[in-house]
Design a protein around this ligand. Structure first.
Ligand code: FAD
Ligand code: DLZ
Length: 506
């Protein structure tokens, strides 16, 4: 009896369900495969992160007494994909059964479901229980609801975990302190930079391989500093809690030219690879509040992102089904503008966000939602293309978390399953939340004319274009009222201005 345990690149947790209740002589199979590195053109830092963290984890498993069969990307005999490697390993080890944990994408789960037929072996696919809300629990909660409001789900999760709870009531008397979390950054404010990790020999080797094989993908490898082990991820967590959590709430929605990180944690890659558990991260933040080193608005805001949003989008991804990424409620068909792949743009906010993405395989939430996502939606980009771009370029992008954020939250392509209204904004929002407009070529205060910020006309044009689909939405009433207050001549001027800009994108 030989048990083969294929373990995927985002399953790097010693508590993984497939490592429990199996014989100690089982063979753990880890596979660096070309198909996974190229099914979208991942940012080279993302590929290097996965490969380096996988190699480090394999070493940790061996040190813990497991037998690990590790297939490297340059293995000349590799078939290049999961199914082929599982089939080869099953023969190599004379396996009699396969035990694995469900992957984080419908595509991968489909593949796992084919392994039985390919190998002729019984395959047990265990639930991924590294989340706080099981998929079935989310489905039971979501079923029959007209709107799946995140805030309702979040309160349920607070009660279920006891995080920031005082008996049955929220600590501090309020569930949500978002109102306190929209401050703009005072001039000259200094942010403490995050802890980064110089590449060790394993990472350096991986970086060399990735540069040679995938160096043509969009993105730079130069600044690689991600945590690639659990020990490093824990150090990054400690550093965030000690130095940046306290300011997390205040400037959560802010954007500053020259500041890539602000007070964000940069923990999503470690969380999504399984190097950290969501509960331990939330507990560390809660402990800082209890110890008096971080205020409630910061701690609640941070915990809500993980206990609320992260669990919610995961539940929604599996609840919505495999065709979710094909949704296109607004029938948007424009190809993704070239600026997303680094073509020059005069819009400072967009150029800054794309450049951060290129250098870091990272952009913070408001850049992803209100700069990049907003622009893609305003110009009518095909949401499928937007989805593939986000899946490619961010170090933390795995479809279960990326797709709902892109298709649902940022593009409104699911017709409101996730968001109650499109996150559409013109230049005024960017000007309020950032200092980008001060050094931008365009004038954010005007709608038309050669110097007008393109976001202004694009915003109104978006609303006008989708009037039939959106104007009944109560939450958009004020915006449509604003549009109708323009004179007919001004409406024509605004739409012509937008059309001129859109023509430059083609
Ligand atoms: P912080 O601001 O420090 O937040 C703490 C943690 O909360 C994050 O590490 C993350 O685990 C969690 N979190 C925060 N917001 C969300 C959210 N909306 N959904 C799920 N988890 C959240 N997150 C990903 O992990 N992978 C993605 O591929 C991804 N794609 C996104 C695409 C779009 C269009 C948008 C709007 C958001 C996306 N997010 C994604 C969510 C969020 O932007 C990132 O989790 C966050 O920017 C990661 O940086 P951080 O660790 O510094 O986050
Ligand atoms: C993202 C990624 C990359 C770049 N490479 C690999 C790989 O070589 N081997 C692997 O096991 N996983 C990789 N991944 C993650 C997968 O594409 C996919 O996101 C997860 O398997 C989903 O659970």
């Amino acid at each position: 009896m030989t048990t083969l345990v294929p373990l995927l690149g985002d399953q790097l947790s010693h508590s993984l369900a497939s490592l429990r209740a199996i014989p100690k002589d089982a063979i753990i199979l880890m596979m660096e495969v070309a198909a996974e590195a190229t099914y979208v053109p991942h940012h080279p830092q993302k590929i290097a992160l996965f490969f380096s963290a996988m190699r480090h984890f394999a070493d940790e498993l061996r040190a813990a007494g497991w037998q690990v069969d590790y297939i490297r990307i340059d293995d000349p005999d590799s078939s290049g994909d999961f199914a082929g490697e599982v089939a080869r390993a099953a023969i190599r080890h004379k396996a009699t059964r396969i035990v694995t944990v469900a992957g984080g994408e419908w595509r991968v789960l489909d593949d796992q479901q084919s392994w039985g037929e390919i190998t002729g072996l019984p395959v047990e696919i265990r639930d991924d229980d590294r989340f706080l809300c099981p998929i079935d629990q989310f489905a039971a909660w979501a079923k029959g609801r007209k709107r799946m409001v995140m805030e309702d789900f979040y309160r349920l999760m607070r009660r279920q975990t006891g995080l920031l709870m005082d008996g049955d009531q929220p600590v501090g008397g309020q569930w949500n302190y978002d109102q306190e979390n929209r401050k703009s950054v005072p001039k000259g404010h200094k942010f403490t930079p995050p802890l980064r990790f110089a590449p060790d020999a394993i990472t350096a080797d991986v970086i060399e391989t990735v540069a040679a094989r995938f160096g043509n993908h969009f993105g730079s490898l130069a600044g690689f500093g991600w945590a690639v082990t659990r020990a490093q991820a824990l150090a990054a967590l400690d550093d965030f809690i000690a130095h940046r959590l306290a300011g997390f709430g205040d400037y959560q929605d802010a954007m500053v030219t020259g500041e890539d990180v602000l007070n964000h944690s940069l923990l999503s890659p470690a969380l999504n690879l399984g190097l950290l558990s969501p509960l331990e991260v939330c507990q560390a933040a809660e402990a800082a509040y209890v110890a008096g080193t971080a205020p409630l608005n910061a701690v609640e805001g941070f915990i809500r992102q993980i206990l609320g949003w992260r669990e919610y989008v995961r539940g929604l991804y599996w609840f919505a089904g495999p065709d979710y990424t094909a949704r296109n409620h607004l029938n948007a068909t424009r190809p993704l503008p070239a600026l997303f792949w680094g073509a020059p743009t005069d819009l400072k906010c967009l150029g800054t966000a794309v450049d951060a993405t290129r250098r870091n395989a990272m952009a913070h939430h408001i850049q992803r939602l209100m700069i990049l996502g907003n622009f893609a939606m305003l110009v009518g980009t095909d949401p499928g293309e937007v989805h593939l771009w986000y899946l490619s370029v961010y170090a933390d992008a795995i479809e279960w978390v990326e797709a709902p954020n892109v298709i649902g939250m940022s593009q409104f392509a699911d017709g409101g399953l996730m968001a109650t209204k499109p996150y559409a904004a013109g230049g005024a929002y960017v000007n309020r939340m950032s200092n980008h407009c001060k050094s931008c070529k365009y004038d954010v205060k005007i709608r038309t004319g050669p110097n007008a910020c393109p976001l202004n006309s694009l915003y109104w044009d978006f609303l006008a274009r989708h009037e039939a689909a959106l104007s009944n939405n109560q939450r958009l009433w004020r915006m449509y009222d604003g549009w109708r207050r323009f004179s007919e001549e001004e409406q024509v001027r605004i739409r012509a201005q937008a059309a001129t800009f859109l023509a430059t994108l083609a």
